[in-house]
Design a protein around this ligand. Sequence first.
Ligand SMILES: [Zn+2]
Ligand SMILES: [Zn+2]
Length: 277
Amino acid sequence: MVETNPFDVLADETRVEVLRALADRYREAPEDPFLSFSELRRRAGVRDSGNFNYHLGELRSRFVADTDRGYRLTNTGISVVTSLYAGTYDEGDRTGPTKLDETCPTCGEPLEATYSDSVLSIACPNDYEYQNVLPPGALADRTLPEAVDLFAVIVEEHVELARAGGCPKCYGRVEWSVTEIPEPTPAYAAACDRCGIRLTVPVGGVVARHPEVLSFYARHGIDPRDRPPWTSTLSTGDAVERVADDPPKFRVTVEEGDDRLHLTLDESATVTDVSRS
Ligand SMILES: [Zn+2]
Ligand SMILES: [Zn+2]
C-alpha cells in the first residue's frame, strides 16, 4: 500500500474538509477534540457515506486517529492544517504599495511595503529594498502595516535559527559563508544542505541580536524591537567594513553618540572579536 502523503491530502477537497472539521472541533473544545463518524461526515459536508469512508481511510492513522472516543487529528494532521492556514502553498493576493511610518536607513524617505507572490518587500523610492518570503496566512486577518510588524519578528527569528545552525524552513543544517552574489551591501548566505534554501543576511544583520549588541542597546535605553532590519543601519553597508580578503573578515560598528561597539566576523559569520571605543 502506498502511504498518503500531505500533498495527496491537500490535492483532495474532501480530505481537506475532514482535516478542517477536526481542526475546528479542536479549536471549539481542546479538551474534547473528538468527532463521531457521522458528525465528522456532516461537518465535512459529505453526503455519500461510502465516499466519505474511503477518504477517511486514506487519512486514518497518519493524519487522523481513530480512538474509542471518536476521530481526532494526529500531530501530523495538525501540521497539515497549520500549513494550510499559513497559506504556505498559496501565492496570496497582491497588496500595496502602502506607506509605512518608518524611514529608509539610507536616504531618509518614507518606506513602502508591497506584497506580491508570497514575498513582502519594503523599499524606498530611491535606493533601498528589503524583501523576504512571508506566507499569505500572515496577511489574512491583518492590514499590511500589521503584517510588517509581524514580519520583523519572523525575519529576526529566522536569522537566529540559522545562527544556531538550523534551517528556518526544514530544520536541516545550514552552513554560513560570504555570499558570492554581488550585493549592494556585503552579506552572508546561510545555505541549507537539505532543502537548498539560502537565507541572505547583510553582514550587520547577522549581529543584530548578538548579546553584546543587545547590552550596548540596553545601555543606551534602546529597544532593539523598535529597530526592524529595514530601518537599521546595520542592514546597510555603512556600518560594515571589510578588514581582510582571504579569508574574508568584516568589522561591524554599532554607534550611539560617542559610544561605539565593534564586532569582527570571520568567513563563516562567527564573531571572533568584540571591542569598544
Ligand atoms: Zn532610501
Ligand atoms: Zn532547509
